[in-house]
Ligand binder design. Sequence first.
Ligand code: OAD
Length: 238
Amino acid sequence: MTANTKGLRLDHFSRVVFFTGAGMSAESGVPTYRGNGGVWDAYDWESCACQRAFDHDPERVWDFHDMRRQMTAACEPHAGHRLITELESAAPNTVVVTQNIDGMHQKAGSHTVHELHGSLWRVRCSGCGAIEDNHEVPLSSRRHSCGAYWRPDIVWFEDSLRLPTIAKAIAAIEACDLLVSIGTSAVVFPAAELPLVAARAGATLVEINPEDTPLSEVYHHCLRMTASEGLKRLADDL
Ligand code: OAD
């Protein structure tokens, strides 16, 4: 493993996957989940981010998610997000696989984004299963026209990942020749082990994160810097 990316030219790769976590959005002002100032420092997921909590008190769960929508809506993509979209324009096989629910990659202009954990900006009817995009802040009605509550279309704790989404993500990762992991603590499964799929397929792996993670030793190159700094470094080495 090396911190040196000299000689690592992005244009030597034809199928690049950016695998992102909350640290990707940190420089946009969206807090990460773990560590100082993290969302799960201030809030207890068992009372606001699982189906049991929603069944018990949907209004409280929506108060939490309306707060997160309001906070996220005020944030803008940073230079790192924009660099990924530029690379996507130059190399259309580029794919983003994200654990983030904030929609920041799409706001920056990325087109192929597989959202493993769903989206803050979609709602799903807990009664009839209807799904809609919704960017209202706050949500104007917490109930669908059928009378049942909307719930955020997010993969909460104890939920299963959506099979079509994980299948597309795995297909992209199996086919990639470079995987760049950015800003994830690599502790939430099954997402955390996706970089191993790329490793088994023989791809080159780069980690961008100011801190070590449990998966760091799997990567060929580790850049101990922020998302925007690391992406700029990769682009500058072109
Ligand atoms: P975490 O909050 O667990 O980890 C964030 C990671 O980002 C840490 O490893 C930090 O070191 C790193 N980091 C912090 N600032 C950074 C920066 N400026 N640039 C780059 N990296 C930085 O977030 P995730 O790994 O995404 O689930 O968490 C995984 C899942 O757990 C999330 O998707 C979320 C949560 O519960 C749902 O929302 C359903």
